[in-house]
Design a protein around this ligand. Structure first.
Ligand code: GLU
Length: 254
């Protein structure tokens, strides 16, 4: 199966904002395991801005939000891809960095170039690690968040499944902190979940559950099943692929 896996900033960062290399390493182990089982993986990873911010803690003066994003992502993306490169190399897996902007998904030559880049990497068994090019994508050039980007990548690469890893088990019928709230296990095609979605957003990333739900609905309607699950849980990816019935997650059926 061809899988697009999106890892959110909150999965990859600790409470103090630093990069959680232990978690990253565990996710790399799992992706290597999925590849051994015959799956093809495309990774969409956030975490550039968060890891750059924690690296540049010493910066005292105020920066506006655009400057912050550009500066932190420039530093953080280098750190992030370097870690992935080393971790995957232990398994003999070659990875490639794909930094992109919204323009590359519009109906132009840009799109052809983006498509070709994904194709040539997959054909040559190189695992693409995709992120938004936060250093230059500003205002209208920006994706809503990496959830949107992961949906576009899943469609472009004709993945059979999109797995969105966040720091929560999936979509609940109410506030996940309330004992009466129940995890929604499956979502039938076209079913709206707006009544259940909380406005609360986790700290490190741009997206929230509303955005994940919208992307999941659209992607599932394009024939790609989507799973939202908790990337902080041990062996989550392997369990989702091999024992989904006993693994907490929300699955959007297509
Ligand atoms: N591209 C951003 C980063 O790597 C994350 C965007 C998002 O949170 O969706 O830091």
């Amino acid at each position: 199966m061809r899988l697009t896996i999106k890892i959110g900033s909150n999965v990859l960062t600790r409470k103090d904002g630093s990069l959680d290399v232990t978690r990253m390493s565990a996710l790399v182990d799992q992706i290597a395991c999925l590849r051994n089982e015959g799956h093809e993986v495309i990774l969409v990873s956030s975490g550039a801005v968060a890891s750059g911010r924690s690296e540049l803690k010493h910066i005292q003066h105020d920066l506006d939000s655009v400057d912050q994003r550009q500066l932190f992502s420039a530093v953080g993306q280098a750190k992030l891809i370097n870690r992935y490169f080393e971790l995957f190399r232990e398994y003999g897996i070659a990875v490639g960095q794909v930094l992109t902007t919204k323009e590359n998904f519009s109906d132009t030559d840009h799109r052809k170039n983006q498509e070709n880049c994904m194709r040539v990497m997959l054909e040559n068994n190189v695992l693409p690690i995709v992120n938004e090019n936060d250093t230059v994508s500003v205002t209208e050039l920006m994706f809503t968040d990496n959830d949107e980007l992961s949906g576009l990548i899943a469609k472009m690469t004709q993945s059979q499944m999109l797995i969105i890893l966040s720091n929560i088990d999936g979509i609940f019928t109410g506030d996940p902190a309330e004992p009466t709230s129940r995890l929604i296990r499956t979502v039938e095609p076209g079913k709206a979940l707006d009544e259940y979605i909380q406005d609360k957003k986790s700290s490190a990333g741009r997206g929230g559950m509303q955005s994940k739900s919208n992307v999941a609905t659209q992607t599932a309607s394009a024939g790609i099943s989507v799973i939202i699950a908790n990337g902080k849980k041990d062996d989550i990816l392997v369990k989702l692929m091999n024992d989904r019935g006993n693994t907490p997650c929300t699955e959007f059926l297509c």
